[in-house]
Design a protein around this ligand. Structure first.
Ligand SMILES: NC(=O)c1ccc[n+]([C@@H]2O[C@H](COP(=O)([O-])OP(=O)(O)OC[C@H]3O[C@@H](n4cnc5c(N)ncnc54)[C@H](O)[C@@H]3O)[C@@H](O)[C@H]2O)c1
Length: 432
């Protein structure tokens, strides 16, 4: 099948490369000329395990190509996937300007019939808006297009794996013929396929993300109680997770949830509810808990440093919003870093993959070439992203070079007992 993917971000690139690997002919388009130039030269705009190889292989097979010309990308495509960003506006509502821009640019290009499948996470009502823009543009003389919702559930860091092993495929559409074509396209992925309306498909995506966020806020609430009563939240989470009704995912207590999706989707759902006359108080409390959790880490750090950050050197390990990615969008680590810096702390930061992206946002920080260099002469070590390489550091060596043996483990990565045996004053989250 001939496919066009609009937007070469995390979702668009993985979708494009994945469908090419399945034997389709895919053209990916982006308005960012620099990104497209880099992609044409084989350079990826971000780190995602396995994506590099997948792209190289399918470009060589001539099944995957990149362009800045939507006309070129869309002309012969039967299906157009829209995978542009839908960031948060200041009021929390989803900013649909990229989506609207795509709809407007498609107006002159729908000569032959196409299915437009929205992969971006968008609130209910967006597909109607998209159709109206195309219709107002005068192009729906005869059925030149149909529109569908195909929400994306990939996890950054495991995105390629998730493309080929999706937990489910959700297809939202009005006309059965559209469902049939999409079903055929997704069938080789061998996942359960849920056929539904576009409104339900979009709600599934928002409900899934807000539920993940809820689990994190829930376990963080439990962690804070554990701290008060001397229990260990890691074991509590393990004990919960064995129960099949509850499952074990997203029960790691820590600094809270950040990244490009959970916060923005939670805010967007709260706003969608509000616009429809419902106050989503439960969801608001999930968001509030998350803010509170991040402040707890700042508070613990200050407390460990006798309430004086000015003149203190902090080694900060982990800048990305989670391990396995170079993505620092809405990273809580960067928010904490900015706060500590504002109060006069000197930050030495290290991350295995996120330094280039972080440098654009916080250029004034000292970036080090490894964790040991960050720890050298530091008053405290903060771990804020659960990169496996931080768990296997030589902490005995590291301790000798620090000014004081203090560790705040904001992601519960290390073994508390081992750290204490080595002579560190160690604080995790909810660990008694
Ligand atoms: N990143 C994730 O883990 C993830 C997971 C599931 C769903 N989503 C959703 O998927 C959507 C895309 O997310 P992302 O992280 O891939 O975004 P991204 O910001 O990484 O990529 C979006 C891309 O779209 C391009 N773009 C914007 N307007 C365009 C236009 N008019 N024509 C062509 N290209 C255009 C941008 O230049 C950018 O390269 C969002 O709605 C997001 O919520 C993201």
């Amino acid at each position: 099948m001939k496919i066009c993917v609009i937007g070469t971000g995390y979702v668009g690139l993985v979708t494009g490369a994945g469908f090419a690997e399945l034997g389709n002919e895919v053209v990916c388009v982006d308005i960012d000329a620099e990104k497209i130039n880099h992609l044409k030269q084989g350079k990826l705009p971000f780190y995602e395990e396995g994506l590099d190889e997948l792209i190289t292989k399918n470009v060589a097979r001539k099944r995957l190509s990149f362009t800045t010309s939507l006309a070129e990308a869309a002309s012969s495509a039967k299906i157009i996937f829209v995978a542009v960003g839908t960031p948060s506006r200041a009021d929390g509502e989803a900013d649909l300007s990229f989506i609207i821009q795509v709809a407007e640019s498609l107006i002159p290009l729908l000569h032959d019939y196409k299915i437009i499948a929205i992969k971006s996470t968008v609130p209910v009502g967006t597909l109607k808006l998209f159709s109206e823009i195309l219709e107002l543009g005068g192009k729906k003389k005869g059925a030149h297009f149909d529109i569908a919702s195909t929400p994306e559930f990939l996890r950054e860091g495991d995105a390629v794996y998730d493309f080929f092993h999706p937990s489910r495929t959700v297809l939202g559409y009005d006309k059965p013929e559209v469902g049939k074509v999409l079903h055929e396209l997704f069938l080789p992925l061998k996942s359960p396929i849920l056929h539904t309306t576009s409104a339900t498909a979009q709600m599934i995506k928002y409900a899934a993300n807000t539920f993940l966020a809820t689990r994190i806020s829930f376990i963080n609430e439990i962690a804070n109680i554990c701290e008060k009563v001397g229990a260990d939240v890691m074991e509590v989470a393990q004990g919960i997770g064995y129960d099949k009704r509850l499952g074990e995912g997203y029960l790691r207590a820590g600094v809270g949830f950040g990244g490009p999706c959970l916060v923005k989707d939670l805010k967007a759902l709260i706003r969608l509810a509000e616009e429809n006359g419902y106050e989503a108080r439960f969801l608001k409390s999930v968001l509030e808990k998350n803010e509170h959790q991040m402040r707890q880490i700042i508070y613990k750090t200050k407390q460990a440093l006798q309430d004086v950050l000015y003149g203190k050197t902090i080694a900060l390990l982990g800048l990305t919003f989670k391990a396995g990615t170079s993505d620092v969008r809405n990273s809580l680590s960067l928010k904490i870093l900015k706060h500590l810096k504002k109060e006069g702390a000197k930050i030495k930061a290290y991350d295995p993959k996120g330094m280039e992206e972080a440098k654009h946002i916080i250029p004034e920080v000292t970036f080090t070439s490894d964790a040991y260099e960050a720890a050298l002469d530091s008053h405290i070590l903060l771990i804020l992203t659960a990169w496996e390489e931080f768990a296997t550091l030589d902490f005995e060596k590291l301790k000798k070079t620090m000014k004081q043996p203090l560790i705040i483990d904001g992601v519960n990565l290390l073994d508390a007992d081992s750290m204490r045996k080595l002579g560190f004053v160690y604080q995790g989250v909810g660990r008694g």
